[in-house]
Design a protein around this ligand. Sequence first.
Ligand SMILES: [Zn+2]
Length: 330
Amino acid sequence: MLDKIHGHQTITEHLKKEILTGGVSHAYLFSGIDGVGKKKTALEFAKSLLCMSAENRPCGHCSVCSQIDHGNHPDVQVITPKQGETTIKIIQVREMVSGLSIKPYTGNQRMIIIDGADRLTPEAQNSLLKSLEEPLSYNLFVLLTSHPQTILNTIRSRCQSYYFHPLDNDLVAEILKEETDYDKEAIEEVLHQSGGSPGMGIYLLENSEIQVERKHYLRDLYSLLKGDELKVFSLAENLSKDKAMSEEILGFFIQWFYEVGLLLQGLELPGGEIPDQAHVAYLKLLSYEKNQAILKTLFDMMATLQYNVNLRLQWEKTFIKIMKTQKGYN
Ligand SMILES: [Zn+2]
């Protein structure tokens, strides 16, 4: 049971115990960086609960297991932002809630996975809250997020929380070798930037141009922090050309300053990664307080993305604030 999950052993052991003793909660919050294994764990959890096999659940080949694998089991719903959208809107939550009172189709459990719970709009979070407050025994919620701090406290407090730690680089390498056709050199190349996330590793392998982009933006942001004020505008202009890319880079910046923050506290990087030249350069430039203030500014930027904002203006504001932080103006 749950043995297909790489790493995260403490969590899978807990879940296993809950399944075997009938002590499954009605709501879970799985947090951890993107691609670390939260969704995979949620789906294996669903299979373990719903599999039709008498023993060795999940069997992996009964109709329930294969429907879950193919994403078309009627009692396992995955809710994500609709295509082209960055947030999960209230209408999606309402639609889901309207089906909650119907008994599950195949077993005695229904699982609703909210993939990107931080992307629920405030209205959608409130709508979801009602279902969490008055749960029906057969409905089980699993909220997945890489930014748990943006989720309402009232929601968080109703969930059993599990934090998925970044995996060791060795384990990430092993997973990438198993799940992709890329050779050892290519895998080594992305391992460093994967930050302990196999999903990120696969993403980087499949989008090699992203790595070049990231390095480029990191260099420009460094120049800005060193005092090149014109970078405010050139960065904002480039980052407003494409919303998806803009979000990708923002996520990367957040991860980056999170890592620099760890180093500034004398802690290790996720996955035991060794700091590279860029880390060292940023480390020399920033104090812990300034770094955390920048991180906060980036999170604020992330929160505005769920609205229809003028990207270029928003990035300009963000970079101006970052520049001021670095200069000690606020
Ligand atoms: Zn099965």
